[in-house]
Write a protein that binds this ligand. Structure first.
Ligand SMILES: [Fe+2]
Length: 450
């Protein structure tokens, strides 16, 4: 949580006030020693879980399995016990947490724990040590409690992330969407563990918490591996893009912008979030095949010979060859291979037309051309966005898929577009691409051979 603004502090204060309000009448259980012992064990379990959160590659904060302890408290102790279990997050063992984070986390977990407890009772659950005869009837109220816990927790968390966000990087939204599915799945798993703790308690007492910690840590390790893999994917992408941009300085940032534009179109046409993520990978890597094109051809200032033009036309195939073995790319490979096909069949490398062209490639073609037109090239200044949109519309039906052009324009109006910054090329890279193969308004000049 960076930069706590006044509004964020106000938000935290409201959540904290709600937590204090629900925890006030805690003395209701003051004389039940067993109740307090169970609370102490569950608070300890909460702290241990909370201190070892699962690192998520795509989230500003990591997600901890501590909700298992809160949901076990819902069954064993009731709303007040669940609230007090969650409130212990204030004294989190994670030393790097700031005061505001501790306060917010404690309040958030207390409120969501209390609400889950109330939902459990409202759905017919009675907080007590569950007996074998209580199953399966207890499952329904527990499921309701778990759902309420997830919704309130994520709702409050979403609020504070909105207020403290330091700016959204391109692609964050997609990654967040895919990580929400992951979070909800892990929440479901943690909720089941909470019920297991409650069910085991009458048999093994506090040892139930220890028994449950073992699968929790195994799950955490597995998710950590997954997050590590995601980070490795991102690093692979970044390294390949860096290689392309080192070779061709003037296209720096192009890969990332085409990736973002492709994602905007994909979302606009309602693509599934995993396909949106895949198309953003494809956009990122679409020109990776330039690595296989001689630099002197990429940077040539005059018209190209037929051989040189053929080398340019080969770059989508070269791209495919370079990244084909990267397993997670799947559908993205088709986007890389066919991003220069045209709807009228005059593109390359295969000369596909209309629907023969894979959807990913049709999407990337639009974003690619738009970014090229709105970027400065050595032979012309950057075009204004309105002009570039006009050019896209002109090419709709011949070069571009008309539906995707309109989808992109709609997405541009909704999300806006961050134009590339202009910066001088480094001294050793003053010789730059004179002709941009992505620019539909300036086709490559080729010397006819007779
Ligand atoms: Fe290309």
């Amino acid at each position: 949580m960076a930069r706590v603004s006044r509004v964020a502090w106000l938000y935290i204060a409201v959540v904290a006030a709600a937590a204090v309000t629900v925890i006030m009448p805690w003395h209701a259980n003051a004389h039940d020693l067993q109740w307090w012992i169970r609370l102490g064990v569950l608070q300890l379990l909460f702290l241990v879980c909370e201190a070892t959160p699962t690192p998520l590659a795509t989230r500003q904060s990591a997600w901890s399995p501590s909700s298992s302890a809160t949901l076990a408290a819902v069954v064993l102790l009731g709303p007040m016990g669940a609230a007090l279990t969650g409130a212990i997050a204030v004294i989190s063992l994670r030393r790097q947490l700031m005061m505001a984070e501790r306060l917010f986390n404690g309040a958030m977990y207390a409120v969501s724990g209390f609400a889950a407890g109330k939902a459990f009772e409202a759905a017919g659950g009675v907080p007590h040590l569950p007996q074998p005869g209580d199953f399966p009837a207890i499952i329904w109220p527990f499921a309701v409690a778990a759902a309420v816990h997830v919704v309130i927790n994520h709702g409050l968390l979403w609020g504070i992330l909105r207020l403290t966000a330091t700016g959204t990087r391109p692609g964050d939204r997609t990654r967040l969407e895919s990580s929400v599915a992951l979070l909800l799945t892990s929440d479901l798993g943690y909720a089941v563990l909470g019920l297991i703790i409650a069910a085991l308690w009458p048999v093994v007492h506090a040892f139930a918490a220890v028994l449950v910690l073992i699968p929790l840590f195994v799950a955490r390790w597995a998710m950590g591996q997954f997050a590590e893999q995601q980070r490795a994917y991102a690093a692979t992408m970044a390294a390949l893009c860096q290689a392309v941009e080192t070779k061709d300085f003037y296209t720096r940032g192009h890969s990332e912008r085409v990736s973002r534009g492709s994602g905007m179109i994909a979302r606009q046409i309602g693509m599934r979030s995993d396909r949106v993520e895949a198309i953003m990978f494809a956009g990122m890597l679409h020109d990776v095949g330039k690595l296989g094109v001689p630099t002197k051809v990429l940077q040539k200032t005059g018209p190209l010979t037929e051989e040189e033009y053929a080398a340019i036309q080969l770059h989508p195939m070269r791209g495919l060859e370079i990244v084909r073995e990267i397993g997670f790319l799947n559908e993205a490979l088709a986007g890389i291979m066919h991003h220069h096909e045209k709807i009228d069949g005059t593109g390359y490398p295969m000369g596909f037309a209309g629907d023969e062209i894979p959807e990913f490639a049709r999407v990337i073609a639009v974003a690619d051309a738009f970014d090229s037109m709105t970027s400065t090239r050595s032979y012309r200044a950057a075009r204004r966005m309105t002009e570039a949109i006009e050019e896209l519309r002109k090419g709709a039906g011949t070069q571009f898929d008309p539906a995707l052009v309109e989808a992109f324009i709609a997405a541009l109006h909704r999300d806006g577009w961050r134009l590339p910054e202009r910066a001088a090329a480094p001294v050793d890279q003053q010789t730059v691409t004179a002709q941009d193969h992505d620019d539909p308004t300036a086709p490559l000049r080729v010397i006819e051979s007779y």
